[in-house]
Design a binder for this molecule. Structure first.
Ligand code: UD1
Ligand code: MG
Length: 448
């Protein structure tokens, strides 16, 4: 057994939990208190799916971001009060000195830096409506500090090859620089994919909450629980099945406390995020009294990218983004210009029945061959509905290619509140699939 300090660093976790409650209360109080100031600074928007025109304060994600980042900064001394479990000891004139964990501190600080850049980018987007081809590369560059720290931390760029592909690639495949490229793209995907699954009250922040809860549940699997149970360790990333319990947590049995520390780090970032998101959801829930703006989408997306990269579970993280991946793939024809993309792709609101219907994109010119092909395939798969010219058969309209319109198309028109509840159920179902794939099916293609 490795020689480790048997006391797990849980006091810091208690502080993190307490600060998250504080973040929740602060957001609950500050969002309505500051809303009028935001509206006065012209940060407001019309709720597109309502009968009334009252402007709703927008970009309140900035309040969430401020509370979140401040709480993370206040937490720094606590995070490093008990983290010295794995540190080397140096002898200094006969006295054993514990080294300060500079590595962990740089992980923490580079994460804060990325969150700050994401907040700034999101807020600038709210104020200036940046064109998305300009804003796509920014999270990629913003992830350089994260990647540098990953590199310094003997970052692993190997992937374990699934059994059927091993004759070709061998057991371990080193992706090298490609792995860094993949991680850089992860941050631009996670930020933008939440932003384009938006437009109905509560959608942005509820996605963030379900993903954060899934990440938290996953982190808890790796903590040193004071009970005896068996976890097949290869599922957690270790080598062999060992007894877990007492001071021998999964992570400790793995050879060091590294695994535990990474997941603690992830919890330190996810718990306060949960706090601000839950507080904000209260005001953003149907009928919304505050809008998140792009600031919240970028903040939450970057927070997920940060923990996925720094705690080395980016592939598991991506599994929690199944609805966003679906929405992104569905959106590609509109985002890459094959099919016209209106400024807003939110569902169409029927003022008489209060029901939402799939909204449509009008094709002023006949689509290109590729565009028409894609639309016909999507239509055959039930992903969109086309309006075809009765005589010459050209495509005149298609329903906008988003998961929200897709849900309305398949399940029929429904009210806004019902649609956001459906979206939440879809997101939770995605997480159930994610856990099944990660801890169930992974057994079939990996032997650990
Ligand atoms: C993204 C979507 C766009 C969608 C918009 C809605 C893509 C490529 N872009 O654009 O299709 O219409 O988000 O957020 O998919 N709003 C509501 N109710 C809400 C939330 C927002 O009516 O619950 C409206 C408000 O008018 C608000 C505006 O959406 O002012 C915010 O849109 P913005 O975030 O600027 O849009 P994008 O992120 O550029
Ligand atoms: Mg937006």
């Amino acid at each position: 057994r490795p020689l480790v300090d048997p006391v797990p660093p849980l006091p810091a976790l208690h502080v993190s939990f307490g600060l998250s409650i504080f973040a929740l209360l602060a957001t609950l109080y500050l969002v309505p208190a500051l809303g009028p100031s935001f509206a006065k600074a012209n940060l407001k928007g019309r709720d597109l799916l309502k009968t009334y025109n009252t402007p709703i304060p927008e970009s309140l994600g900035l309040v969430c971001a401020s509370v979140y980042i401040l709480v993370l900064i206040i937490f720094i001394p606590f995070a490093f009060s008990s983290i010295s479990l794995t540190d080397g000891h140096t002898h200094h004139e006969g006295i054993v000195v514990k080294e300060f964990p500079h590595q962990q501190l740089s992980v923490y600080l580079s994460s804060l830096l990325s969150l700050l850049i994401a907040t700034m980018l999101g807020f600038l987007d709210d104020v200036f409506d940046i064109r998305w081809r300009h804003k796509l590369p920014i999270p990629i560059l913003a992830s350089i500090p994260l990647l540098m720290v990953y590199y310094a931390d003997r970052g692993n760029t190997h992937i374990v090859v699934p059994i059927p592909l091993r004759p070709v690639f061998g057991t371990l495949l080193n992706l090298g620089p490609l792995y860094y490229l993949y991680m850089a793209l992860l941050s631009t995907f996670s930020t933008n994919s939440i932003n384009i699954l938006a437009g109905i009250n509560g959608s942005e922040v509820s996605q963030a909450i379900v993903i954060a809860l899934s990440v938290i549940a996953n982190d808890l699997l790796y903590l040193p629980w004071p009970v005896d149970f068996h976890i097949p360790l290869h599922l957690l990333g270790g080598q062999a099945e060992v007894e877990v319990g007492g001071v021998y947590s999964a992570g400790m049995a793995y050879g060091s406390t590294e695994l535990v520390e990474r997941h603690l780090f992830s919890l330190y970032f996810m718990l306060p995020l949960m706090g601000v998101c839950a507080g904000f959801l209260y005001h953003n829930w149907y009928p919304a009294r505050a809008f998140p703006g792009d600031t919240l989408c970028y903040l939450t997306g970057m927070a997920f990218a940060v923990v996925g990269i720094q705690a080395h579970y980016s592939k598991t993280l991506l599994l929690f983004f199944i609805p966003q991946i679906f929405n992104f793939l569905l959106s590609c024809p509109q985002m890459f210009g094959l099919v016209p993309c209106p400024r807003h792709r939110v569902p169409r609101f029927d003022e008489n029945s209060y029901l939402l219907h799939p909204s449509k994109a009008v094709l002023l010119q006949p689509p290109s061959h590729l565009g028409a092909l894609v639309l016909r395939i999507f239509s055959a798969l039930g992903l969109t509905e086309l309006t075809i010219h009765p005589k010459n058969g050209t495509i005149l309209e298609c329903t906008n290619l988003t998961i929200l319109n897709f849900l309305l198309l398949r399940l029929g028109p429904m009210r806004e509140k019902r649609l956001v509840q459906t979206l939440i159920v879809v997101q939770i179902a995605g997480s159930v699939v994610a856990f099944t794939v990660r801890y169930g099916l992974a057994n079939l293609v990996y032997d650990g």
